[in-house]
Design a protein around this ligand. Structure first.
Ligand SMILES: O=C(O)CCC(=O)C(=O)O
Length: 281
């Protein structure tokens, strides 16, 4: 990894924002060339799925997408983003989950504001939210969402969040099943934006009432002792990866090393010791 990536380390303001609000938005994280290539591959995957019978008008949730394209793999240790991930979670991390979502226009007209059905609000990680006994629940993981399409306007299947809700264990939803919880906002993101969010942040997808198909890539980073959340058949990529990429794609010397890592388990720590000692602690 090139030390020039250190210019992208989490700033004090970014850390404060993430700690306080549970999310962070970085514009122009992807170049126009990257957006174009990643979009072309995403479209290809979507078209193949539709060809296999997936409804063209339904959202496509497609996990384990990293092996499908070198451009997806490149983002696993993407210099403008990875330093912020280790700045939040530390170095004992890997990609526990990845998925892309394509949300075509629903073809439905948008209900008047506040009369739409309550969206599918959730925190990430399923049973973790029942079986962890602490309050607030621990962070454990975060996702980076790369926006390929333009959701800088509302109604385009935006990603919705409740800023600051990551420290709340419960969410009060509207009683009548319409409208959104207090404090909910659509994330307005142009193509190329990266949005970081704490897994505990209450968030949801929303219907696409526009004529613009929404496309987002989601990269979930968590501690190496967390299990993968999808098939993550990335082991075949290890031979072409450098040591840090291998760590991020789940490599470990043995099982114990996921809990008590040696230097061979976590080359990211070794690299940080040499290049950014503060972050290697
Ligand atoms: O598609 C979206 O906007 C939401 C994605 C989501 O809920 C998730 O990644 O957990």
């Amino acid at each position: 990894m090139n030390p020039s990536c250190l210019e992208y380390q989490l700033t004090d303001d970014e850390r404060r924002h993430f700690e306080e609000h549970g999310w962070l938005q970085i514009e122009n994280a992807l170049t126009p060339q990257q957006i174009e290539k990643l979009t072309a591959k995403t479209d290809e995957i979507h078209a193949a799925k539709v060809n296999d019978g997936h409804s063209a008008s339904q959202a496509l949730f497609y996990p384990n997408f990293i092996p499908d394209d070198a451009g997806f793999l490149e983002l696993v240790d993407y210099p403008p983003v990875l330093p912020k991930v280790w700045g939040i979670l530390g170095w004992n991390i890997y990609l526990y989950h990845g998925h892309l979502i394509v949300t075509p226009p629903s073809g439905q007209s948008r209900p008047p504001a506040g009369e739409e059905k309550t969206f599918g609000w959730h925190q990430d990680s399923g049973r973790v939210n029942q079986e962890m006994e602490s309050h607030p629940r621990p962070r454990l993981s975060l996702k980076v969402a790369y926006f390929l399409s333009d959701t800088s306007e509302e109604g385009r299947g935006n990603f919705w969040i409740i800023p600051g809700s990551h420290l709340r264990d419960d969410l009060e939803r509207p009683q009548n099943g319409t409208g959104q919880p207090e404090g909910a906002i659509p994330v307005l993101a142009k193509p190329g934006t990266a949005v970081f969010f704490d897994r505990r942040l209450w968030h949801t997808a929303s219907p696409n009432w526009s004529d613009v198909t929404r496309k987002i890539l989601f990269y979930g980073y968590g501690y190496r002792w967390i299990r993968t959340k999808d098939d993550m058949t990335v082991q075949d990529l290890w031979p072409q990866c450098d040591a840090i990429q291998k760590q991020l794609l789940g490599y470990g010397v043995n099982c114990n090393g996921h809990y008590s890592p040696s230097d061979d388990d976590v080359p990211l720590r070794v690299w940080l010791r040499e290049n950014a000692p503060e972050a290697a602690k």
